[in-house]
Structure formats: structure tokens, C-alpha cells
Design a protein around this ligand. Sequence first.
Ligand code: MN
Length: 757
Amino acid sequence: MSEEEKLAAEERMIDDEFQALINDYLNSNHRRKVEIITKAFNMAREAHKGVRRRSGEPYIMHPLAVARIVSREMGLGSTSISAALLHDVVEDTDYTVEDLRVIFGDKIAQIVDGLTKISHGMFGENVSAQAENFRKLLLTMSEDIRVILIKIADRLHNMRTLSSMTSAKQFKVTGETLYIYAPLAHRLGLFAIKTELEELCFKYEHPEAYAQLEKKVEMTSQERYEIYESFAEPVVKELDKMNIEYEMRARVKSLYSIWKKMQAKGIDFSEVYDLFAVRIIFEIFPGMDEKKQCWDIYSAITDIYKLRPDRIRDWVSHPKANGYQALHLTVMGPDGKWIEIQIRSRRMDDIAEKGFAAHWKYKENKIEEDNELEKWLKTVQEVLANPNPNAIDFLDTVKMNLFASEIFVFTPKGEIKTLPLGATALDFAYNIHTRIGDHCLGAKVNHTLVPLSQKLKSGDQVEILTSQSQQPQREWLNYVTTAKARTKIEASLRRQRRRVGERGKKMMEDFFGEEEIDNTLYNKALNYFQVEKREDLHYGIGSGDLKLPDSTEKLLKQREALQPKQDNLFVRYMKQAMGAIKKTPEENKNMAAEQSVPGTKNGAIDKKSVFKLQEVNFKKNFIVAPCCNPLPGDDVFGFITDKEEVEVHKRSCETGIKLKSSFGQKILAVEWGDYKQYSFLAAIVFTGIDRLGILNTILSKLSDGIVVNIQSVNVSSKDGIFEGVLHVYVHSVEDVNALSSKIAKVDGVTTVHRALI
Ligand code: MN
């Protein structure tokens, strides 16, 4: 293709894109003001002529794309579309705001002026931009909310085309987007845009995690499809009988929200159980109340599936401040897992996805953007001014307590059990069956491991974990409130005590051999062990709490000091296990010094070999950011501090996000260099069921095959659940993952995740 042909093809592409914009506009029910849009387009095309974006595209394609977002995805009218087409004209070309005022009038000129001010004032290259101020600016500027909406559209297009930017610029843009634009879009009710912004940030900041998650969601789609199908079958049958027109489908959560959940809870993909929600969108039946239709569908579904009463959200009667309306309910699906269902009319769905502008579609007559915006603005300003948007969702805070003195909880199969208020997981276990109670090892409430003493709430789904080797403990009596559980535990404790006592008695008989154990002998033994009753003596010997001396003479002649009270089993094993590592804190300290860990004062190493700048060759010192403590292998970026050092943060670091959005020009792209020779301190947190010797098992698994340099292990245990924190020196994030998966394989361990130090 010759140069001329190429240019001609480009012009055609621009014309086509403009025609598509006009078609979008004509498909909306705004008044037909094609003329002013065409005028704006012609001026912008002329003004940006010969200029190209970094990607090589003609520049005008960007304002065109922004205008299409404004029209199609936000539902705005001709004033906004024209301003979007002109949004970069004053900033990037010789035209002034005055020129625009003469040609397009006050309104459009004012909006473009606002857009220019935002990018100059706050994000100009020379100014140290401050995100907090920017947010305030946005709030006060909402006198014309269209400035904000077009700015969001501008950002969305820049995010969609982010791949042509340098890495450092990418991090600046994603940081701002997560900190300012996504929350703003959310508050304005632009749900689809908010989700896309977050998804794109995730993709650029954590490309590998994104790709992996995308693959996992894809690989498990058949499984979800089957659950959905078996859920949907009876529902479809019912709804079809009701003679309504509707659409029902399963909606998978965004990858970003799945990932965030995994990070926040330290869980694996397979443990995220609410991967999808079912959405039912119905067409409003003429002459019928929309709200009534929602509740009709609700009642059809709850006739089939068991409802979780504390999870009803009625945003039909009480819309959210950003305009969201829907009826949400959670029922127990055919596989025993909770499924969330969202019921909406077509109108409510449009509003949920596109925000308030979607209201206009449902007006009878052709609308005037200015008038409608004014009404909308009032609502939006209220939302923006509210410092705590969560306070609006008042239904969240109002707990639905249907029965004051009783709670009802579910078995994994969806059976309802009624228990008195205050009942615990252990009460539940005994409620099902005495055998389940007696062998109860732990419980999962709503798929999360909890102590046996956990108080249950209405709507909880409770699964009891059992083991044949488990038996009732004395402290269990503190955990139960029901009479049935109490009686059963006491009976079992008496049986246990009797058995141990019998064993103790036998041990004593063996100890004295031929000698007959008469009253005198008993009294000497009671005196020796400082116990009062024979039963206690038998029990103590049988349980090992009282140790018989090497010879009968010792017992008969001298009374030794009573043995120190013993630790509980877990603590004892922990001590043994720690001993097995054979390192005192002092030794550990020395080792840490030798290792010269980057980020510590001891680290007199050449850090330049640990970190590499991707783009510019700076001669700067590197420090590991203490807020997120990245390890080699983590996705990272660099921040130039006031001391001219490069602080290395994780890309997902909360502090880092603020830095990226506030000090974009101080962001550097950094990657890991030759770090293999250095060690970094990492923390791993694990939880599980406290069973005999589990820590021993964990520690032996850890040192199995590789040399692990453990700094410390701390374990705390409560009601049969323990939490351990392992501090260990590693070379990279892969080491942490390898160690974590070793721990995870130990029987009884339920969660393992990396933690901040
Ligand atoms: Mn722009």
C-alpha cells in the first residue's frame, strides 16, 4: 500500500467511526441534535490533524472513542458528546476556550474548560499532583457533573489502550485509576465501567496472576455450568408457568474481585465458593407493578430452594443512593452451596449497568439533556457529599432477626435445625447426633473453619468435622448451652475417667507387684502424690499426670516435691519441636546479620544487583518498602523518595496505590535482578485443627529435603483451633509458595497464606 492509499484508508476509518457515533446517538431517545455533534467533530478533526497517538493511530480516534463511551455506555446527549469530541482541543492545539464559546456557546465551552483545568492543574508533568486534592476538586466541580463523566470516559479509553504506554506510565495510570476513577464511577452508579477499570488495572499490574485466574475460571466453567443447569431447571419450569418474559443467566464475578477475595482471605481459587451469581431480568408486564413482579419471582424460587433469611436485600423498595435497584436473595443450591440470585426488571438492569442516565430511556417523550441532568445532579451531589456511602445501605446494618429466642441454621445438605439463641457449633454437633458431638474435631461455618465455641447466627451453614480418635474434653462444658450437649459430654467424661482410673489402678498393682495394696499403702501413696481421693490417684496415674517413681522404696520412704504442672499437649509439642530446630534467638540474630538482608540496617550489600531499573539507568540506592515487604518474584514498582532513594513496593500495595496516584512522576519501573545470593525475611500464617503433634509434623515437613532457615515459629491455640506464624528466610516468592504448599499438605491444616512481616 502506498503512503497515499494508507492515508485515504485512515480517513475512511475516521469517517466510519464518526458514523458509528452518530448511529449510537440516534438509537438513544435524546433530541436529535446531529448538527452540533458534526460541527464539534469537524473542528476536532481539523485541530488534531497530523497528530498521532503513541500507538500510531491518528489522534482524533481518541476523542471519537471517548464520545462513543459517553453516548453508548453512559447514555449522555449532544452537549456531552460534543464536549467529549473537543476535550483535548484546548489543551493540545492553538484553539482557546473563547474560540469554543463563540462557536459552540457557553455550556460546551465551560465543560471543555473544566476538563482542561483538571489535566493541567492536577496532572501536569511539572506539578506534584495530589490525589486527595483532585478528589476534592472533583467534588466541588460537580456543578457540571458532565466534566467528571467525560473525564471518566477519557480514562476508560486510556485504560483500554494502555498497552502502548511505557511501564512507568502504566503504573501511574493504574494507580490513579484504582484510587480515584474506579471509586468515583462506583459512586456515580456506573457499575459496568467501574468493573472494567478495575479489571484492566489488575491485568496490567499483575499480568501473570490475571492470566492464571482467567485460565482457572475457564477450566472450571463446565463445573459451574452443571451446577447452574441443575439449579435452573425447576426454576425455569416454575417461571414459565407464570407467563412472564425473562432472561436468566449465571454471572461470574470479575477476575479482580475474585483475586481480591483470595488475597484478603488468604485462600486458594478452589475455596472461593461464591464465584457466580444468578441474574434474572424480566420484562415489565404492561399494567403490572414492577415491585410485585420481583416478589412473585422471589416467591416462586423460595418455594423450590431454601432461603437464607439474613441475606435478603430489598433494593427495590429502598434503592441505593447511586440509583441501584434489585431484589437479592441467597438460597441453598442443589449441591448444598449458597447461590446468590439477583432479580431485576429490564429498567433496573439498565440503571445498574449504566447509571442514572439510563433513566432517560424510559421517559415517554424526547428528552432535553440539560433538564434531566439537573434532576440527576441533585441526587449525585447528595451521594458525593456523603462521606460514608456505606451508611446509605441501611439494610446491611439492620439485621433481620425473625425469632428473638431461636436461631435456625443449615446442615451442608440444606436441612434446617432450630437451636436456642447463643448455641455454638458444638451444640449443633450434638443436636445432629451424639456420636457426631463426641467425635467433633472442628466446624466450618459458611465454609470457614471456626472454633467449637463459635456462637451460631441464623442462616449459618454449619459443617462438622469429626475424627474417630477425638473424644469430649472437660473444657467443652464451657462451650455448650443446650442441655442435651451438656448431659452427653458429662456422661462421656465420666466414662473416660473411669477407664483411665481402671488403667491407673492396674498400673499401681503392677508397680507394687506381689505386695498387697492395703489402706496404709494407699495413704502413703496419697501422701506422696498430695492427692485426696483414691479415684484421683488412679486417674492421675492412668492419665500420666502422676508419675510413679523407679522403685517402691522411694514412694514409701521419701516424699518428693510435686512434679511441675504440665503444659497442655500442644504447648509441649511445640516446645519439643522448637528444640528440634536447635537454634536459640541469639543464633538466629547472628545468622540474620551474616545474611545481610536488604532493607535492614545490616544489609551492606550491592543492592544494585538485586534490583534493576527497566528504563532509565539511575545511580540510586534501593530500599525494600516496609509497608508491603516485597519478595523477589512479586510484581513490583519503584518510588523515588525525598532522600533520592528508590523504594520498592508491591504493585498491589495500598500505600503504593496512593503513591502512584499522587506522585506519578516519581514512579519507576523496576524489576528483580540477580537476587539469588541474598535472603529475605518472609512470614507465613497457617491455621488448622489443634491435634496431637501437628506442629512437629509441620516442622519436619518443612525441613524435609531442603535447608530452611527458620527465624521463629509462634503458635497460639484456642478451643481446638490454632494459628501459627512462621518467620523464615527465603530467596524468592517461589520459596514461600513451596513452603506454603508443604504446610498445606499436612493433615489438619486448613489455611496457609503469606503475611506481612
Ligand atoms: Mn483525552
